[in-house]
Write a protein that binds this ligand. Structure first.
Ligand code: GLU
Length: 308
C-alpha cells in the first residue's frame, strides 16, 4: 500500500511559520514517496473555528505550492460534520466497558491529578472511575453534566517515530484516562483524530512535536478499535529567540505578515532551511525539494527562528 499522509489544521486563526513547516514536511513526505495527501479540517470546536478561516488556510497552502488529493471544505473532511463516525467508535469503546463519566470540574481535575508530566500536562487520577452508581446519580441530580473518559490500561506503548526515533509511554502512569467526549457532547480531538485517520486510510501522520505525547494513546486507540496505527513523524517546533513557541497570536510570523514580506519561493526556501533541507535559505519551490527530501536531514530538536 502506498503512502497516504494528511495535513490536519485547526482553522482557528492564520497559520504561522511552525504550522507551515509541518504542512511542508507532510506534503514532502507524501510526494517523495509518490503518495497521496488528505487535507482534513479539524473544526470540532465550532466556537473557535470558521469555514472562512479554513478557506484562507487553503488559499495560503496553495500560494505556497502545496496541494492535496482529497479533502478541504467538503463535509466528509470536516470534523464538525463527522460526529456520526465518532459516535460509532464511542459506542464500541463503551461496549468494551472502557468509557466512564467524569464529573470533575477543571479545578477538581487539577486536584485529582497525579504529578504533572514533563510537558506540564496533568495525568488524571481516575477519581470518577471509582464512583459508585449512587454517587453518580447524586451528581446527576445536582445537574452536573459529565465528560466521558476512556480507561487506560497499565500498558506501555512503544513506537518508532519516523523523525524522532523511539518513544514510549505507560498509558496508566504517563497519560491517564483521557477525555473522548466533552460535557457539551462534542467529541474530543483524541478520539476524532484516530477515527478520521483510520477511516481516511491515512498511514503517515506528520505533525508538530507538541503532539508526540499524544501518539501512544492514539496508537492504542487505533488497536482497540481494530485499526492498524499509522506511522508517526513529529516535526521540530519553531521557537522565537526568547525560547517561546510560535503561536497563532504571533501575528508578525503569521501567513498574513509572511505573504506581505516574502514570495512563495522565498518562504519555501526559508522553511526548507529550517527543515535542514538546504544549507541556507534560497528561493525554491516545494516541487523542487521533493527529490532531496529525507527525514535524515530534518532536525531532531527545536529550531530557533531569527527573522530580523
Ligand atoms: N489539528 C491539530 C492542530 O492544528 C493537529 C492535529 C494532528 O495533526 O494530529 O494543531
Amino acid at each position: 500500500m502506498g503512502v497516504k499522509g494528511r495535513f490536519a489544521p485547526t482553522p482557528s486563526g492564520r497559520m504561522h511559520l511552525g504550522n507551515l513547516l509541518a504542512a511542508l514536511l507532510a506534503w514532502l513526505d507524501a510526494r517523495a514517496a509518490g503518495g497521496e495527501l488528505v487535507l482534513r479540517i479539524e473544526d470540532l470546536d465550532t466556537q473557535r473555528t470558521s469555514p472562512d478561516l479554513a478557506r484562507q488556510l487553503m488559499d495560503d497552502l496553495r500560494w505556497l505550492g502545496l496541494d492535496w488529493d482529497e479533502g478541504g471544505l467538503e463535509p466528509d473532511y470536516m470534523q464538525s460534520r463527522r460526529a456520526a463516525y465518532y459516535e460509532e467508535a464511542f459506542r464500541i469503546l463503551e461496549g468494551r466497558g472502557l468509557i466512564y463519566p467524569c464529573y470533575c470540574t477543571r479545578s477538581e481535575r487539577m486536584a485529582a491529578s497525579a504529578p504533572h508530566r514533563d510537558d506540564g500536562a496533568v495525568v488524571y487520577s481516575g477519581k470518577c472511575f471509582h464512583l459508585t452508581a449512587a454517587e453518580r446519580s447524586e451528581l446527576e441530580r445536582q445537574g452536573r453534566r459529565p465528560a466521558w473518559r476512556v480507561r487506560c490500561p497499565d500498558q506501555t506503548v512503544a513506537l518508532e517515530d519516523g523523525n524522532c526515533g523511539p518513544y514510549a509511554e505507560n498509558l496508566a502512569r504517563d497519560c491517564g484516562d483521557f477525555i473522548v467526549r466533552r460535557s457539551d457532547g462534542v467529541f474530543a480531538y483524541q478520539l476524532a483524530v484516530v477515527v478520521d485517520d483510520a477511516l481516511m486510510g491515512v498511514n503517515h501522520v506528520v505533525r508538530g512535536w507538541d503532539l508526540l505525547c499524544s501518539a501512544p494513546r492514539q496508537a492504542w486507540l487505533h488497536r482497540v478499535l481494530g485499526y492498524e496505527p499509522p506511522r508517526f513523524f513529529h516535526t521540530p517546533l519553531l521557537l522565537a529567540p526568547d525560547g517561546r513557541r510560535l503561536a497563532k497570536r504571533d501575528h508578525d510570523l503569521d501567513m498574513g505578515a509572511l505573504r506581505q514580506r516574502y514570495g512563495p519561493e522565498e518562504l519555501t526556501g526559508l522553511l526548507a532551511f529550517y527543515a535542514g533541507l538546504m544549507d541556507r535559505p534560497e528561493k525554491v519551490t516545494a516541487r523542487e525539494l521533493v527529490r532531496q527530501f529525507s527525514w535524515a536531514k530534518v532536525p531532531k530538536n527545536d529550531v530557533i527562528v531569527c527573522l530580523s
